[in-house]
Ligand binder design. Structure first.
Ligand code: 1DF
Ligand code: MN
Length: 351
């Protein structure tokens, strides 16, 4: 990597990376124990059976980088011109853990560890709260603790929790806490649940290559079509990977949604206050994690507004200096580029 990527904003903007991952040792150890004891779902075996056990260069390097919230991470941010990283406990967080007391203990400890790292590097690290949706009331309290005591700026949930989706009324305390604290929810991908993963796993498509995006896009659509933004009009939900492909689908989604509503085809598909495309312009935020691709970024800016598209690197899973250069070189106005890299993150995370 050459040193042409500088932090400090002399080129006109700070680079704030909004989907950056860390892990804790005890989190990974529980994943490994669950795999060993036959308690892990197929997605966990595929994902963490690989990263936590493979001797390959990708797996060992990523494990080393995930576990570091110190000088190595800062050096890598410096080397790629990343001024600030918005950090979250890596997917699937503690969500697959069957022992709920253990899940809560590990999430709280991860939050404490992240808060300490943010205190050590206050101008470089920003935290998102990890929760254990298995216990929604505890998660609501942890969201409040994150916001009021730890200085965190949002919440990350890694898609489904043991096959349950956030549109289930069971999880409502989480949304109430988010709205009360006025913080965004980042729905980060996870491997699809066993009920969905079969044909993807068979083809090696269960992970970040495809399964992540399909499952997470569906999750956001479930929330929109159940009317989450009619119930909570101020709620903002972020998704990575250029909106998990949903922006590209908006026309068809709205056409078929309206056709379905008019014909009463599904009991739970009710009329909404807005079109799905309109919710994308009022309640959805998209980051370019894993998708440092100008045509996709500009398409999302065009359909959602350029105040709703944010930069992300997805360190350490996609640590590529040339991707930062590609985003720097986008043929958009200087003002739009500053919104993309800096001001949108400042606005929506209230930095
Ligand atoms: C991968 C990609 C893993 C992303 C991730 O978390 C992740 C991967 C476990 O490449 O296996 O966050 N990602 O967001 O693209
Ligand atoms: Mn990610």
């Amino acid at each position: 990597m050459t040193n042409d990527l500088k932090t400090g904003g002399a080129h006109g903007y700070l680079r704030i990376a909004t989907e950056e991952a860390f892990a804790t040792r005890e989190q990974i150890d529980v994943f490994l124990r669950m795999i060993r004891d036959g308690q892990a779902d197929q997605g966990m075996v595929s994902l963490w059976g690989f990263y936590a056990q493979s001797p390959s260069e990708r797996a060992t390097q990523i494990m080393d980088r995930l576990l570091d919230l110190g000088d190595q991470r800062i050096a890598h941010m410096d080397a790629t011109g990343i001024d600030k990283a918005i950090l979250a406990l890596t997917s699937p967080g503690v969500q697959p853990m069957l022992d709920v007391a253990e899940a809560k203990r590990i999430a709280a400890a991860a939050n404490d560890q992240l808060a300490a790292a943010c205190a050590r590097y206050p101008d470089r690290f920003i935290g998102l709260t990890a929760v254990a949706p298995q216990d929604p009331d505890w998660s609501a309290a942890e969201i409040r603790r994150g916001a009021t005591e730890l200085g965190f700026k949002g919440v990350q949930i890694n898609s489904h929790t043991q096959g349950r989706y956030l549109d289930d009324p069971f999880f409502d305390p989480i949304f109430r806490a988010l709205v009360d604290m006025d913080q965004p929810l980042y729905i980060h991908p996870a491997t699809p649940p066993d009920s969905m993963i079969g044909p993807m796993l068979e083809a090696g498509l269960d992970g970040a290559i495809f399964g992540f995006g399909v499952e997470t896009g569906m999750h956001l659509l479930r929330l929109i079509t159940i009317g989450i933004f009619d119930r909570y009009p101020t709620l903002q939900i972020m998704v990575g990977h250029m909106g998990e492909a949903l922006p590209y689908w908006l026309y068809r989604l709205d056409y078929m949604h309206q056709a379905g509503v008019r014909s009463n085809r599904y009991e739970r598909m009710k009329p909404l206050n807005k079109t799905i495309a309109e919710y994308f312009k009022s309640n959805v935020l998209v980051t370019c994690s894993g998708m440092a691709w100008e045509p996709a970024v500009r398409f999302c800016q065009q359909v959602m507004g350029d105040d709703r598209v944010l930069y992300a690197m997805d360190y350490p899973y996609q640590y590529v200096a040339d991707e930062v250069r590609a985003m720097d070189a986008m043929d958009i106005s200087a003002e739009a580029k500053k919104r993309f890299f800096q001001s949108n993150a400042e606005r929506w995370f209230k930095l």
